[in-house]
Design a protein around this ligand. Structure first.
Ligand SMILES: Cc1ncc(COP(=O)(O)O)c(C=O)c1O
Length: 361
């Protein structure tokens, strides 16, 4: 059965990328080998690594003054790597975090083990249903960095305005490549790739070169977590997640063909708009997120009855609309509509929601 997969991650990849991978699975470019079994030092993988890097740079407008690193360990490993690399003794190991969800909170907690970390703003008291007004936040002076989570996967919020600070670090796991970002506004961006870029296993880090080159990681920072280790080795210090990088290349080729990030942003706005419009006019479904902070990628919604929510998730799956169960912290439903989700997938979901609403009034 053909399904539309609304999973929050790992999630849908473009069909074109999957078909291309299938075609080349047993024999990549006449090598007689699959990408899953070839050396990461081979000329074939070198080509894949370089093209993926170049495509990401082109699509996100990343300048030569930034490193693009392909790492492992997930975004969660970056919760450690960021403070271990960027907190400095000179500044008193200070960093400010904006806590807008579960992952932001985890990032903040991990960093707190290593320095003087303050949650300068949080939307916890409102169940993380909004993004604090960044213009009203009192950031401390002399911090090593300010950390944000640009899209909150579980709660369905996103920043539409970035804090005006010179040392921004962002977890961009769930909306990287979904909308245009000015990379120059960030000192460092990290993202688990398993939502908008590739299968699980790859973590992308985009970091200012001078920051990495001049960093003095904390003395106990493991070699593997030092950005400089991987930057000096073109991300090949150890065996990289070769197949995920290859799939990232195919996804990025697809995105480039689509017209790039600005074009997919338009489609993402359209898709999210359709779904929010329907929910806002529904007599059954509601979305609790502050309208101005609504995510383009993750749309949580509820019926108001746990029983009906469970019935919805079950019946939707039977109709080919899968992975719609909300995160356990929020309950209800969540439709993750990343880049690879076609407009027809969102239309099919809305058509099913309409039918369900009529049948369950
Ligand atoms: C915004 C955000 N940050 C961090 C994570 C954790 O990522 P990983 O599983 O790659 O460690 C996730 C996972 O869903 C996420 O959505």
């Amino acid at each position: 059965m053909k399904v539309y997969n609304f999973s929050a991650g790992p999630s849908m990849l473009p069909e074109e990328a999957k078909l291309e991978a299938q075609k080349a699975f047993l024999d990549y470019e006449g090598s007689g080998m699959s990408v899953t079994e070839m050396s990461h030092r081979s000329k074939w993988f070198e080509g894949i690594n370089n093209e993926t890097n170049a495509l990401l740079r082109e699509l996100m407008g990343i300048g030569d003054d930034y490193y693009v690193l392909f790492l492992q360990g997930g975004a969660s490993m970056q919760f450690e790597a960021v403070p271990l690399n960027l907190l400095t003794e000179e500044n008193g190991k200070k960093a400010d975090y904006i806590v807008t969800g579960n992952f932001a909170n985890k990032a903040c907690k991990e960093a707190s083990k290593y320095g003087d970390i303050v949650a300068v703003a949080s939307s916890k008291e409102a169940g993380y249903t909004y993004i604090p007004d960044v213009d009203k936040i009192e950031f401390r002076k002399g911090t090593d960095y300010v950390h944000i989570t640009t899209n909150n996967t579980i709660f369905g919020t996103r920043y539409t305005k970035l804090p005006n600070v010179p040392n921004l670090v962002a977890d961009m796991s769930s909306n990287i490549l979904s909308q245009v970002f000015d990379v120059n506004r960030f000192n460092l961006i990290y993202a688990g790739a398993q939502k908008n870029v590739a299968p699980a296993g790859l973590t992308v880090v985009i970091a200012k070169k001078d920051l990495v080159d001049n960093a003095k990681p904390l003395p106990f920072c493991p070699t593997m977590l030092k950005y400089k280790t991987q930057a000096d080795a073109d991300s090949l210090y150890n065996t990289p997640p070769c197949f995920s990088i290859y799939m990232a290349m195919l996804t990025l080729r697809w995105l480039k063909k689509f017209g790039g990030v600005a074009a997919i942003q338009k489609q993402n706005e359209y898709k999210a708009g359709l779904l929010y419009d329907f929910i806002d006019n529904s007599s059954l479904f509601t979305n609790k997120v502050a309208v101005q902070d609504r995510s383009l990628m993750n749309v949580p919604f509820v019926t108001g009855s746990e029983e009906l929510d469970a019935k919805f998730v079950k019946e939707a799956a039977a109709n080919g609309l899968v992975s719609l169960k909300g995160h356990r912290l929020v309950g209800g439903m969540r439709a993750s509509i990343y880049n690879a989700m076609p407009v027809e997938g969102v239309e099919a979901l809305i058509a099913f929601m309409k039918k369900f609403e009529t049948e369950n009034k």
